[in-house]
Design a protein around this ligand. Sequence first.
Ligand code: NAP
Length: 243
Amino acid sequence: MAKILILGGTAEARALAGMLEGHDVTLSLAGRTASPAAHPVPVRTGGFGGAPGLADHLRAEGVERLVDATHPYAARISANAAEAARQTGIPLLALRRPAWARQPGDDWTEVDDAPAAVVALGAAPRRVFLALGRQEARAFEAAPQHAYLIRSVDPIEPPLAVPRAESLLARGPFEAAAEHALLAARGIEAIVAKNSGGAATYGKIAAARALGLPVILLRRPALPEGEAVESIGAVLDWIGAPS
Ligand code: NAP
């Protein structure tokens, strides 16, 4: 079977790698988390140096197929993958998680980015659950009147410069019942999140619906055109591996 590079950082990439154990597969991580989840195939960590760096890496390692199984908000690496595949002629397939769709009872405000989410929260102080990841949380320093409960895998360093912010370190998946209990116990009045898709982090969306809480959702960034599938089975078919 072909030599494969999986661009990862998601549960799907890890699951895909698990199904390709024993094959010539390497998984690439950005290195965003201090202790990433264990992976069943060899892992390389850190940026490549843009699309040209990734193209050089693909050539140097003799990669024959590239799978972009990165997070839907990791738009730069997806764009780099598309460009590097174009430059090298190496086939690329993207594994893209469908976005969550609004259900009856959802109170969603969709915004383009974290600064727009800050505006959408409004001026009146609220108890806000930030389930955004570390990179976007900093924007909320612009609204110090709110009390924040901030969930992330690694601590936010330095801590957010607001008077009332509590850090909750946790890695998904997060079940709806536990999310419901958390939101109720902390008296949360609004949630800010990404539309990550998938089951692992949907619990807060379902819990918000049940509690009648507003959710401010960051819209997904634009991703490059190209061949894309939504299931691990479809990636295995493309690779020619048994599913
Ligand atoms: P990004 O903006 O797409 O990527 C920034 C740079 O990080 C890339 O240009 C690349 O550096 C490097 N990079 C990203 N993914 C890589 C991978 N799999 N292997 C090697 N290098 C990689 O992505 P981001 O800054 O990590 O995250 C953007 C958004 O996605 C954030 O909202 C974040 O919370 C979310 N997210 C990311 C991940 C993840 O694993 N990356 C996981 C969950 C959520 P070079 O240009 O130097 O190659």
